[in-house]
Structures are given as structure tokens and as C-alpha cells.
Design a protein around this ligand. Structure first.
Ligand code: HEM
Length: 466
């Protein structure tokens, strides 16, 4: 008997888009203008940075990942979600947590009111509850899956690592915020905050993206099926990440990284960088040097003429989801660049001959270049399908959000990259382009939001047949 699965909860998508537009990219506009054009944010700068980073990570990326995984994983594993009404509570708790945290930070900065501390601690409890409920729900649902179920077996280690990542980033960001609210000092500890974000990047975003890429890219992008040691790769990746991150965590509780810990950290980054390059090679997305999984399965040409139009070359679709592959390719180019920067930084740390790549720029390469562009490509490809919609309202807008999002991320890192250039001239231009990067990122997400919203709210007949 076939399992009956819960439908897709679009509240995750709407909330992610709203948080990206207002506190996420909305505030990035101010941050970029502050640095590029001197429109000073004054004493609001650290608060705005905090709210922007938190909303982008736990609003934009995390809510999207949660919504898609709560729909996809039960189907992958062949067992329905345990408590189908829980996702809406998870979404509400996380959104409330992010909003109340933002308000508490503004309030505290304006008036140092003790009540703002209380709100900050409360917001952290809401976020911990949302994240841990999500982890419990996924675990309780898919642990009953038949372990030989083909679709889930290969990527199980990635999902297990991601669940651990959720627990850790929820604990680090949430508990450090509760403790800060309890104390009389600063309202947040930047070291722990960034550690939580790094846990999210290394243990949630990347493994989940890898698992989805391995499982779905052959289908959506006509790539080869994964015939390489996928599970072994996951183990090696997590081992490399552990080497990288444990010394950082130890440095936070103890004292600044000693020489040995720094070497371990650098070796972890070296291995991680090499593994990222290996993964990109195996996925064959950028190289397209291997036969797609469909090779040899085409069979004889149909005896009667086709009723459907011919699919796009290399893709199974007819263009009804636009050029969704462009942002996906770009995302993996960013991942490639991030892998090379990890290797560069590792060599810098091991040799001491030059300085490592800037950590904030590298963070933006993972979260903005890789994570955001992947969403700009996969959301218009997958979300309509989850809701039974066969055609985007405006397929051409996918290319527009790619141009906007791609240039936003490029301009975000350009000044840093050009700081290596010998003359100051291109740097001045790059600073102005950097000033526009927030607006461009905002527009990219706004275009995606309009496209998804219109596709979801068209009259029923238009959703499936035109
Ligand atoms: C193109 C648009 C963007 C601009 C102009 C921008 C700008 C900035 C600036 C100026 C900072 C503070 C200084 C620094 O750490 O470099 C910052 C921090 C941060 N940004 Fe962005 N950003 C953008 C996009 C994104 C995206 C898409 C994400 C994640 C999906 C993101 C996540 C973060 C995080 C996690 C921090 C650190 C926050 C903290 O220190 O607590 N940013 N951003």
C-alpha cells in the first residue's frame, strides 16, 4: 500500500522570502551603502550586522531547507511524516524567534532596557524550540524508514550529520544568547555567534545541499547517477570539518589557538577544500564529461509523432521553469572558489608566509554565493512541482533573478578580491559596485518572490495546463 504524505507547507517559503527581503537583504542595502558611500549607520552598525546575518542564515536559508526537507525526506524514505501538523508550529516558532531577536537588539541598543534582555533570551528559547522540534520530527519520521530504501540509503550519512549540525548550531546560537541575556554584559557574544553560523554552514547547508544534489541533479539536470563512494565521501567530509572546527571551539572556551591546534585547523581546511573540489568533479555538473543516467535507456524512436514539444537539450523539461540551471551552475562555481580559498588559507596558516583568506568574505561565498544562488535556481524548479503546478508564471524571470543575484554576490566580494590588485583604480570602482550589491540581492529575491507568488496564486486551470 502506498504511504499518504502530508502536502508542502508553503508558509516556510513565504516566511523565508519575507525575512530575506526585510531584515536580510533589506538591511544588507544599508550595510553596503555604509561601507561604500559613507551613509553612516553610526552606533547601529553592529546591531544591523547581527540582525542581517541572523535573518539570512536562520530565516532565508534555514526556513527554506526546513520546508523542503519536511516535504522531501518522508517521500525519499517511503514513510509519512510522524506529526503532520507540527511543521506549521516549527515555522511559526522560528519566525517569531527571529523577529523578537531583531526587535530586542534594536530596543536594547536604543534604551538598554532590561525588558529588551528578557525578550532577547525569550527569542533564543523560541529558536531552540523550533530547531530541536524540527530535528525530533525528522528523526522520528525517517528512523522507521527501511534502511535498504534505495533513495535514502546513499545519502543517509549526510542527513545524520545535518541533524547533528542543527542540534549544534541551535545550541551554540541559542544557549549563548540565553546566557548573554541573563548576564549584565553585551547582549551577544560574537565569537559564539559566528561559531553557530559556521556550524550551520559546514554541518547543515553543505551536507543537505550535497545530499539533494546527489539525489536530484541526475533527474533535474540529466547528470550521471552517483556511482562513486558517496557514503565514504560524507565520512571524510565530516572528519575534515571536525578537524577544522574543533580547534575554533576550543579556542573560544580556552585561549587563542595554540600552534598545534592551528595546524589541526589548517589541515582540516586543506582536506575540506580538496574534498569540495572532488565532489564538484564527481557531480559532473560543471564538467559534463560523463554520460547522463538516461544514456542507453532512450529505446526506439516513437512510432507515432510526439504530442509534446521536444525537451531542452541536456534537460528533461521544456523550459517551463526557466533557466533554473544558471543559478545552480553559478552556485557550484562559488563552491569551487570557496574550496580553492580553503586550500589557499590552509597553506597560509601552515606556512605563515602570507595571510589567510578573509573569513567574512569566505562566509559570504558559502552562504551567499553557494547557498543563495542554489535557492534562486532550485526554488523555482522544485516548489511549483511540490504544489502540483507544472508551469512557472514567468519562466523568464528566473534568468533575471540569476543576473541580479549573481552580480550581487560578485560585487559583495569584489573589493576584497581586488585588494590584491597592484593599483587602487579598479578598487574604487569595485567599492561602488559593492555599494549596489545589497540592492541587487534584494531585487533578486524580490523577483523570485513575485514569480513564486504569482505561480501559486494563478487560477487553478492555468497552474497545470498552460
Ligand atoms: C549582497 C548582499 C550582501 C551584503 C552587501 C552583505 C553585507 C554584509 C556586511 C557588510 C556584513 C558585516 C561585515 C562582515 O562580516 O563582512 C555582513 C555580515 C554577515 N552577512 Fe552579509 N551581506 C550580503 C549577503 C548576505 C547573504 C546572502 C548572507 C547569507 C545567506 C549573509 C550572511 C551574513 C552573515 C552570517 C554575516 C555575519 C553576521 C555577524 O557577524 O553576526 N550576507 N554582511
Amino acid at each position: 500500500m502506498r504511504a499518504t504524505h502530508a502536502g508542502f507547507n508553503s508558509a516556510f517559503v513565504y516566511s523565508a522570502l519575507a525575512l530575506a527581503l526585510v531584515p536580510g537583504f533589506g538591511l544588507a542595502v544599508g550595510l553596503a551603502m555604509h561601507l561604500a558611500f559613507g551613509w553612516s549607520l553610526g552606533r547601529w552598525w553592529p546591531v544591523v550586522v547581527q540582525i542581517h546575518g541572523h535573518a539570512q542564515v536562520f530565516g532565508w536559508l534555514a526556513l527554506f531547507i526546513m520546508g523542503v526537507s519536511l516535504f522531501f525526506l518522508p517521500r525519499f524514505s517511503g514513510v509519512p511524516l510522524r506529526f503532520p501538523s507540527l511543521p506549521r508550529w516549527i515555522c511559526a516558532l522560528l519566525v517569531l524567534g527571529i523577529l523578537s531577536r531583531s526587535i530586542a537588539l534594536f530596543w536594547f541598543n536604543a534604551a538598554s532596557a532590561p525588558a529588551a534582555r528578557g525578550l532577547f533570551g525569550f527569542s533564543a528559547l523560541l529558536e531552540i524550540a523550533a530547531i530541536w522540534l524540527y530535528v525530533a520530527l525528522i528523526y522520528l519520521s525517517i528512523r522507521r524508514a527501511e534502511s535498504r530504501h534505495k533513495a535514502i540509503r546513499a545519502v543517509r550519512p549526510y542527513l545524520a550529520g545535518a541533524l547533528l549540525g542543527w542540534v549544534l548550531c541551535g545550541a551554540v546560537v541559542g544557549i549563548s544568547a540565553v546566557l548573554a541575556a541573563w548576564s549584565t554584559g553585551a547582549l551577544f557574544d560574537q565569537g559564539w555567534n559566528l561559531l553557530g553560523i559556521d556550524f550551520f554552514t559546514g554541518l547543515v547547508l553543505l551536507p543537505v545541499a550535497f545530499a539533494f544534489s546527489i539525489r536530484t541533479f541526475p533527474l533535474y539536470l540529466r547528470l550521471p547517477a552517483a556511482r562513486w563512494p558517496v557514503r565514504l565521501f560524507a565520512m571524510l567530509y565530516f572528519a575534515a570539518f571536525a578537524l577544522e572546527i574543533i580547534p575554533v571551539a576550543v579556542g573560544l572556551v580556552d585561549f587563542p589557538l595554540g600552534v598545534r591546534l592551528q595546524t589541526v585547523h589548517a589541515l582540516g581546511r586543506l582536506c575540506k577544500g580538496v574534498l569540495l573540489l572532488a565532489l564538484i568533479w564527481h557531480l559532473d555538473l560543471l564538467t559534463r564529461s560523463k554520460s547522463p543516467w538516461t544514456a542507453g535507456r532512450e529505446g526506439d524512436p516513437p512510432a507515432v509523432p510526439r504530442l509534446h514539444p521536444v525537451p531542452r537539450s541536456h534537460f528533461p523539461d521544456y523550459g517551463e521553469f526557466g533557466h533554473f540551471e544558471w543559478p545552480v551552475y553559478m552556485a557550484y562555481i562559488w563552491l569551487l572558489a570557496a574550496g580553492l580559498c580553503e586550500i589557499y588559507s590552509a597553506v597560509a596558516l601552515l606556512s605563515g608566509a602570507f595571510i589567510a583568506f578573509d573569513a567574512s568574505v569566505l562566509r559570504h561565498m558559502y552562504l551567499g554565493g553557494f547557498g543563495t544562488l542554489l535557492l534562486l535556481g532550485m526554488a523555482p524548479r522544485m516548489v511549483p512541482g511540490f504544489l502540483g503546478i507544472r508551469h512557472l508564471a514567468y519562466p523568464r524571470l528566473v534568468a533575471l533573478s540569476f543576473y541580479l543575484g549573481g552580480s550581487a554576490m560578485l560585487f559583495r566580494v569584489l573589493p576584497y578580491l581586488l585588494s590584491f590588485a597592484p593599483t587602487a583604480l579598479p578598487s574604487r570602482l569595485a567599492t561602488h559596485l559593492f555599494g549596489l550589491s545589497g540592492v541587487l540581492g534584494f531585487l533578486a529575491v524580490a523577483v523570485l518572490a513575485v514569480n513564486l507568488w504569482t505561480s501559486m496564486h494563478r487560477p487553478r486551470g492555468l497552474k497545470t495546463s498552460d
